[in-house]
Write a protein that binds this ligand. Structure first.
Ligand SMILES: NC(=O)c1ccc[n+]([C@@H]2O[C@H](COP(=O)([O-])OP(=O)(O)OC[C@H]3O[C@@H](n4cnc5c(N)ncnc54)[C@H](O)[C@@H]3O)[C@@H](O)[C@H]2O)c1
Length: 309
């Protein structure tokens, strides 16, 4: 298959693209390279890989990128509530208008896989969210993703995946994701302070996100024109659970703060029954993902220009 991956140079894309290439697909990445493109360097060895530097706001560039493609995995976005809060106009232009551009330019037979998020559920108390739970986003990120996923579903020949919080090692690394950040602090600082440790979150490993997209391409006729939560009930954890799991791998000082709060107030559990009924199961659990993160943290070095040591 010929597959266009918008935002393919990012955290998810730089795991997905090598997997697609390995399966023999031809992959064209369309990405503005906001965070550079180093994550895709290993893909350059494959002659079926092509990179087009471009923005989803550029209709001409996007139209050319779509030419000859069978399917589009649409990842390009301003990702996460802090990034959207910092650049709200860009978040709207990329996440909503960029998706509209893509849908208006693609041919009806070009499949669209959209990466949505559990953030569209908002702060749901004492309630297990399923796909029928009304969207109630509490952040601009969640709002833009909720609008865009509805556009994808309305357009037809598309699928929207509402992912749990991603974690794990990817070729373009993100340390702002909670388990990644916690593990990095534990390894590097030998200490971690956790606020609101009882808050529940739900996680999915970045390789399982990529696998779910490949699953959709393979089972298109049975999954298309619908929305699915992607993750696993065994991956619903409190922040304290995550911190204690890291303690099983690394010796560090763990402190639970009674005061202070996390800016991300999500506290929710999600059901993944619907995607499981279609035959998709995640494969990487928290323990394995954290073991990988511990190894990666030893390789990653941030230089602080204002420190003497
Ligand atoms: N990581 C998660 O926890 C998570 C969870 C749920 C859903 N998602 C969704 O998955 C997708 C990928 O997330 P990620 O973690 O890889 O994020 P990321 O920020 O690492 O990657 C996003 C990519 O999009 C590109 N991009 C940004 N604006 C662009 C534009 N205007 N035109 C073209 N390219 C542009 C960036 O250069 C980057 O390479 C996003 O749509 C995100 O909303 C991520």
């Amino acid at each position: 298959m010929k597959i266009l991956v918008t935002g393919g140079a990012g955290y998810v894309g730089s795991t997905l693209v090598p997997m697609l290439l390995q399966q023999g697909h031809r992959v064209r990445v369309y990405d503005s390279l906001k965070f550079g493109g180093q994550g895709l360097l290993p893909c350059c060895q494959n002659r079926f890989f092509e990179l087009v530097k471009g923005d989803v706001s550029d209709l001409g560039g996007l139209k050319s990128a779509l030419e000859g493609m069978d399917a589009v995995v649409h990842l390009a976005a301003i990702v996460g509530y802090p990034a959207c809060k910092k650049e709200p106009h860009l978040a709207q232009a990329t996440n909503v208008d960029g998706t509209r551009n893509l849908l208006s330019l693609r041919k009806p037979d070009q499949k669209v896989i959209f990466a949505s998020t559990g953030s569209i559920y908002g702060a749901v108390p004492d309630y297990i969210c399923n796909e029928k739970t009304p969207r109630a986003p509490i952040t601009l990120y969640g709002e833009t993703k909720a609008t865009a996923e509805q556009m994808v579903l309305d357009a037809g020949n598309g699928i929207a995946y509402r992912y749990a919080t991603a974690f794990g090692v990817s070729n373009r690394m993100r340390l702002d994701l909670m388990p990644n950040d916690f593990t990095y602090q534990a390894v590097k600082n030998k200490s971690l302070i956790v606020y609101q440790g009882g808050f529940k979150r739900t996680f999915v490993h970045v390789r399982d996100m990529a696998r779910s997209m490949i699953f959709a391409l393979e089972k298109w006729d049975t999954v298309k024109d619908d929305v699915y939560n992607v993750g696993h009930e065994t991956m619903n954890f409190t922040k304290e659970d995550v911190a204690r799991k890291i303690l099983e791998h690394v010796d560090f000082y763990l402190h639970f703060a009674e005061f202070g709060s996390d800016a991300d107030q999500r506290n929710y559990e999600v059901s993944y029954e619907k995607i499981r009924a279609k035959g998709f199961e995640t494969t990487v659990d928290l323990d394995r993902g954290i073991a990988e993160l511990v190894r990666a943290a030893q390789l990653i070095e941030f230089q602080n220009p204002f420190a003497n040591v």
